[in-house]
Design a protein around this ligand. Structure first.
Ligand code: SF4
Ligand code: SF4
Ligand code: SF4
Length: 417
């Protein structure tokens, strides 16, 4: 039995789709990496075509340029699981050739949060020192200009212990909030605003102790670790209640829970099945509740703003339309302009890597310009690493859609704080 069969059962499902390919080349025309980097031989070649020949040990190294954005799969009229085949083949290649130290370090997001938070001011200062960033690039190959998260001394868990709870009656029942690693340590403001908005709208919010979903490990080919992580997370969430909606403002983490762990790594476990079917992206949840007549938009105050928005590929791949746009446009005065770009280039951790940085910047150029062109001081995007990438490369403040909702409900005086 080869590496593939031992580590990811989902491969057989993806492989079964490859004969559907009619070579229409639609995937080639939409692939953001193929447009940015001639070394990448494209989705059709790396996906269904190469897969026929790589039942054995070796695969084409051009595959290493794929950022697993999933745009090809989303656009293939024949339902070929192109991105899934690529990610599975890349994991196989790493299992055979060894995983670089950097690709083992970057995905330890939970540990990084735990280490950096207690020394947040020093860590943030140190990550801004040029010679240190150059040294990091030389040693572990994280590009000197790659966006870095901002650590906070007050983690979400600390804030939850001392915060003043909303003075609103919970009339709409309980929900479980899943913050993800970034939401717990780095993007804490987005998590706080999400909890405050849900409570203000009448939900009782429970935030159980939780661990990492494993997405960064999965995209770095560490399928075994990622499978352990996603099942641990499910155990954490199941300890609490196995029927409540699980709501997350981390657009990528919730995608991992909803479909990626199952479709890419083939995790077939009743714990994941239970949690995935009741998991909702924050904006998706709000729109479902609105459509069910449980949210009254007349309580939103006007915000006179045209705001540029980019839907990340990890949100696109959830196939739920554009709930962030729908939610923001419930606010009187808000007009949203979507980037219509496939990817900002960061693709989780892809754009951090020294050898891929330039390609990632080329991929994201259209998104950065979109944010600059429509900029009235703020842009919007649903996932953390994409926000860091777009903000760093465009110079525009980028927030999660919940920031607008929080402001519209009168919970913050300043939209940008
Ligand atoms: S879009 Fe689908 S059917 Fe068309 S070439 Fe790509 S994989 Fe084949
Ligand atoms: S996953 Fe994205 S980068 Fe990779 S082949 Fe498909 S479209 Fe291209
Ligand atoms: S996406 Fe998953 S792996 Fe990445 S930070 Fe969020 S919880 Fe952790």
């Amino acid at each position: 039995m080869g590496v593939i069969e031992e580590t990811f059962a989902g491969h057989e499902v993806s492989r079964a789709s490859l004969d559907n390919c009619v070579k229409c080349t639609i995937c080639e025309t939409v692939c953001p990496v193929a447009k940015a980097n001639p070394l990448f031989t494209g989705p059709k070649y790396n996906g269904p075509q190469a897969e026929r020949f790589r039942d054995g040990a070796s695969v084409d190294h051009s595959l290493e340029w794929c950022d697993f954005c999933g745009i090809c799969t989303l656009n293939c009229p024949q339902g070929v699981k192109i991105a899934e085949l690529n990610e599975q083949a890349a994991a196989k290649m790493k299992a055979q050739n060894g995983v670089p130290l950097r690709d083992r370090i970057i995905p330890e997001t939970n540990m990084e949060g735990m280490l950096l938070s207690p020394i947040a001011p020093v860590a943030n200062w140190a990550l801004g020192i040029r010679p240190l960033r150059v040294a990091i690039e030389k040693v572990i190959k994280i590009h000197r200009d790659a966006p870095m998260p901002t650590a906070h001394t007050e983690t979400l868990a600390k804030w939850l212990k001392h915060r003043k709870k909303a003075d609103v009656k919970a009339t709409k029942g309980p929900v479980v909030f899943f913050q993800g690693c970034a939401g717990g340590y780095f993007e804490t403001e987005t998590s706080k605003k999400s909890i405050e908005v849900l409570e203000h709208l009448g939900y009782e919010v429970f935030v159980p102790k939780q661990s990492c979903c494993g997405l960064a490990k999965q995209s770095n080919g560490l399928f075994k670790g990622a499978t352990n992580d996603i099942l641990n997370l499910c155990d954490n969430l199941l300890k609490f209640d196995n029927e409540l909606p699980v709501v997350s403002s981390s657009g990528s983490c919730i995608g991992m829970v909803k479909h990626e762990a199952h479709e890419i790594m083939g995790v077939d476990d009743p714990r994941l099945e239970n949690v995935s079917v009741r998991s909702r992206d924050f904006c998706e949840f709000i729109m479902e509740e609105y459509r069910a007549g449980r949210i009254d938009p007349s309580e939103f105050r006007e915000i006179d703003l045209t705001v540029p928005y980019h839907q990340p590929c990890q949100v696109k791949s959830q196939g739920m339309g554009f709930p962030a746009i729908d939610m923001m446009e419930l606010i009187p005065g808000v007009k949203v302009v979507e980037s219509n770009e496939p990817c900002c280039g960061i693709a989780g951790t892809y754009g951090l890597k020294a050898e891929r940085y330039d390609t990632a910047q080329k991929i994201g150029k259209g998104v950065f310009e979109h944010m600059q062109n429509y900029n009235e001081g703020v842009g919007v995007c649903d996932t953390e690493t994409c926000r860091w990438q777009i903000a760093k490369s465009s110079g525009v403040k980028i927030v999660h859609p919940v920031w607008l909702m929080h402001h519209a409900l009168g919970l913050s005086d300043n939209l940008l704080k």
